[in-house]
Design a protein around this ligand. Structure first.
Ligand code: FDM
Ligand code: MG
Length: 210
């Protein structure tokens, strides 16, 4: 990238299962497209790659045996296999909206009792989001419709939440409470965070996760 050239923004929406990430990332992409911005949605895990297919098997089939460490490394590898593509797209001016990323990776594994720093290590060096929006579901009871994939269990989600909370003071991190909010109310709050970023040209180099 030429140093004076604007790049795309890397915008991440994180949250527990059923917090509305998929709805909000989809709407954000549509809004940006309407405004004539180059934008692409990337969802992690990306279940379409060979590593992603293994992850999918692990998630849907609870009899699929994998150590917690191996599962963790697969999720991280799934991000690394797209890292170069993400960087290139950003440098070419495309905004990238992420549905889950390193923070899900760390929170879900650390919730199993693995060392937090160990969980972070394999993601160090990945492109760091310019903006992280955590859709905060305070009370799990307010959402119905858990599926039956691995992890979609209320008691486990609470443990994951505790781990996510360790990131609440992270740079670029914003939290939106979603309980009793309509899709449009949350969408509005997301847009208020995203707008300042996409409204001016981002020329700072892409930061790296550390
Ligand atoms: N998940 C997701 C992880 O455990 N680690 C990760 O690195 C990522 C990206 O996978 F339970 C978990 C979170 C969730 C499951 O995610 C599948 P989706 O968003 O429900 O597809
Ligand atoms: Mg899910």
């Amino acid at each position: 990238m030429k140093s004076n050239m604007a790049r795309g923004n890397l915008i991440l929406i994180e949250g527990l299962d059923r917090s509305g990430k998929t709805t909000q990332t989809t709407r954000l992409v549509e809004t940006l497209q309407r405004k004539g911005k180059e934008v692409e949605l990337i969802k992690f895990p990306d279940r379409t790659t060979p590593i992603g297919r293994l992850i999918n098997a692990y998630l849907v089939d609870k009899s699929f045996q994998l150590s917690d460490q191996s599962a963790h490394l697969l999720f991280s590898a799934n991000r690394w296999e797209l890292a170069e593509q993400i960087k290139q797209k950003l440098e070419n001016g495309t905004n990238i909206i992420l549905d889950r990323y390193v923070y899900s990776g760390i929170a879900y594994t650390a919730a199993k009792g693995l060392d937090f720093q160990w969980c972070k290590n394999c993601d160090i060096g990945l492109p760091k989001p310019d903006l992280i929006i955590f859709l905060n579901l305070i009370n799990n009871e307010t959402r119905s419709g858990f599926g039956d994939e691995r992890y979609e269990i209320k008691s486990f989600q609470e443990k994951v939440k505790t781990q996510f909370e360790l990131f609440f003071n992270e740079q670029n991190w914003h939290t939106i409470v979603v309980d009793h909010q309509t899709i449009e109310q949350v969408e509005d709050k997301v847009w208020k965070l995203v707008f300042p970023l996409v409204d001016h040209e981002t020329t700072t180099p892409i930061d790296l996760f550390k």
